[in-house]
Design a protein around this ligand. Structure first.
Ligand code: GDP
Length: 432
C-alpha cells in the first residue's frame, strides 16, 4: 500500500487531521507542545483505495534536542513515503518554520499536498488562499476539527499517489516492518539500540516525560525499516514483571504486524522451549526470519560446540532461517543483521514465473517420479506461485501425493531458488 507522510510544525492540527483521515479517534492528541509522540502509522481508506498514513511528530527542520530526533523521524518518514501531506495553520499565516519545511520537501522531490487547516468556516477561507505563497500550488482549506474540505484534500492525495499496482501480489510499498522478538533478557533492547542508535527513545527534558515511540522508523544498512512495537521492547520492566501470557500475546501481535522477524536468542545459554515457541510463532505466521544468536562475547569454544549440537537437534525445522552470531554489547556482526534482513526479505518476496517453475517441476519429476501407489502413478501436472510474502506454490496433481514427496519437492525448490530466510508453502490440489 502506498504511504502518505503527514508533516507540519507543532500545533497545526496534524493529529486531528490524521484522525479525520483514518476515521476514528486513534491518534492521541497531546496538548503539551513538543510532547507529540514520535510517529505512528495507520491504515486508511478513501474512495476504495487503501493507503498508510504516517503521522510524524511536530516537525521543525534544523531543530535541536528532542525536536531534532522528531525531525529525523519525520525525514525518514518522508524518505519512505509516496506522497506528503503538509499541514499549515491558515489562521496564523506562513511561518519561517513552514518555509523551512517546504525547502526540505522540495529537496525530497515527493509529491506534496498542502492542507491549510483550521478553516472552520467560510470567513477564514480567504486566509487559506495566502498559502499559495508557499509555492506548493493550490492549498486545500480544511477544518480537521469539523471535517470541512477534507474530501477534496483526500481526492488530491489519491491523485498524488502512484497508480495502484495491477499485479495481484506486487511487492508491498512503504517501509518493511521488522519485529525484534525473543524472551526477556536476551538482548532485544540492546540490539534495538545498536540498530537504531542509542538515544531514540524521545525524552522531553523539560517535563521529564518519556514519549514511547510505538513503531520507530530506522535506517539499517541504507534501507529504512519500520520497527514494530519498539515501546514494548523498551518497557522491559513491565515485561519482566508481567505475566508470560501477556508477553507472549504481545510477541504474537508484533510478529503478525511484521513482514520480517528478528528472533534474538541468548547464545550463552541453552536454547529453551520459549525460544523454540517464538520461532514456531514466526514460522506459523509465515514471516521472514533472521535468528540473532546474541551475547556471542560470552561464549567459549565449549559453549559453541554445544550450541551447534542444540541447533542440529532442536532447530532443524528452522533450517531455512538466516543466522547471525553477534554481540549487541561489543557490536560484533551487528551490521550483518541488516544484510540478513535484506536477503531474507528478498527471498520472502520472490516470485517465480510459471514458466520457470514448471521447467523446474519437469526436471524434478523426471529425475524422481512419485512412487507408484496401488497400481497408479500420481503425477504433478502443473504448478504456479499463488502468492509472495511468503512464497506460496500450488501444485496440481493427478491423484494424491505422499506428504513425503511434497516435502521432497519443497526441499528441491529451496535448493534451486534461493529462499534462505523465508518460509515457503506448498499446497497440493489433487485431480482424480
Ligand atoms: P531484552 O530484555 O531482550 O531487551 O534484553 P536487554 O537488551 O535488556 O539485555 C539484557 C541484559 O543482557 C543487559 O544487561 C544487557 O547489557 C546484556 N546484553 C545484551 N546483549 C549482550 C551481549 O551481546 N553480550 C553481553 N555480554 N551482554 C549483553
Amino acid at each position: 500500500r502506498p504511504v502518505v507522510a503527514v508533516v507540519g510544525r507543532p500545533n497545526v492540527g496534524k493529529s486531528t487531521l490524521v484522525n479525520r483521515i483514518i476515521g476514528r479517534r486513534a491518534a492521541v492528541v497531546q496538548d503539551i507542545p513538543g510532547v507529540t509522540r514520535d510517529r505512528v502509522s495507520y491504515d486508511a481508506r478513501w474512495n476504495g483505495r487503501e493507503f498508510v498514513v504516517v503521522d510524524t511528530g511536530g516537525w521543525a527542520p534544523d531543530a535541536q534536542g528532542m525536536a531534532a530526533q522528531i525531525a529525523e523521524q519525520a525525514e525518514l518518514a518522508i524518505a519512505a513515503a509516496d506522497a506528503v501531506l503538509l499541514v499549515v495553520d491558515a489562521t496564523v499565516g506562513i511561518q519561517d518554520v513552514d518555509e523551512a519545511v517546504v525547502r526540505v520537501l522540495r529537496r525530497s522531490k515527493k509529491p506534496v499536498v498542502l492542507a491549510a487547516n483550521k478553516v472552520d468556516d467560510q470567513r477564514t477561507e480567504a486566509e487559506a488562499a495566502s498559502m499559495w505563497n508557499l509555492g506548493l500550488g493550490e492549498p486545500f482549506p480544511v477544518s480537521a476539527l469539523h471535517g470541512r474540505g477534507t474530501g477534496d484534500m483526500l481526492d488530491a492525495i489519491l491523485q498524488a499517489l502512484p497508480e495502484a499496482p495491477t499485479e495481484i501480489f506486487d511487492a508491498p510499498r512503504g517501509p518493511r516492518r521488522v519485529a525484534i522478538v525473543g524472551k526477556p533478557n536476551v538482548g532485544k533492547s540492546s540490539l534495538l539500540n545498536k540498530l537504531a542508535g542509542q538515544q531514540r527513545s524521545v525524552v522531553d527534558d523539560a517535563s521529564g516525560t518519556t514519549v514511547d515511540p510505538v513503531d520507530e522508523l530506522v535506517e539499517i544498512g541504507g534501507t529504512v525499516y519500520q520497527l514494530i512495537d519498539t515501546a514494548g521492547i523498551r518497557r522491559r520492566v513491565k515485561e519482566a514483571s508481567g505475566h508470560e501470557y501477556y508477553a507472549s500475546l504481545r510477541t504474537q501481535g508484533a510478529i503478525e504486524r511484521a513482514e520480517i522477524c528478528i528472533v534474538v536468542i541468548d547464545a550463552s545459554e541453552p536454547i529453551s522451549e520459549q525460544d523454540l515457541r517464538i520461532l514456531t510463532m514466526v514460522e506459523e505466521a509465515g514471516r521472514a526470519l533472521v535468528v540473532a544468536f546474541n551475547k556471542w562475547d560470552l561464549t567459549d569454544e565449549e559453549r559453541r560446540f554445544y550450541l551447534t549440537r542444540e541447533i542440529e537437534r532442536d532447530m532443524v525445522q528452522f533450517g531455512w532461517a538466516g543466522h547471525v552470531n553477534m554481540s549487541a554489547l561489543t557490536g560484533r556482526h551487528v551490521e550483518r543483521v541488516g544484510v540478513a534482513i535484506e536477503s531474507a526479505l528478498a527471498a520472502w518476496e520472490t516470485r517465480v514465473s510459471t514458466g520457470k517453475l514448471n521447467a523446474f517441476l519437469g526436471r524434478v519429476v523426471a529425475a524422481h517420479p512419485h512412487p507408484v501407489r496401488s497400481g497408479k502413478q500420481p503425477r504433478i501436472l502443473f504448478g504456479t506461485q499463488a502468492q509472495a510474502g511468503p512464497p506460496t506454490f500450488v501444485l496440481f496433481t493427478s491423484g494424491a501425493i505422499d506428504p513425503q514427496y511434497t516435502r521432497f519437492v519443497e526441499r528441491r525448490l529451496r535448493e534451486d531458488f534461493d529462499f534462505q530466510g523465508s518460509p515457503i508453502h506448498l499446497e497440493v490440489r489433487a485431480r482424480e
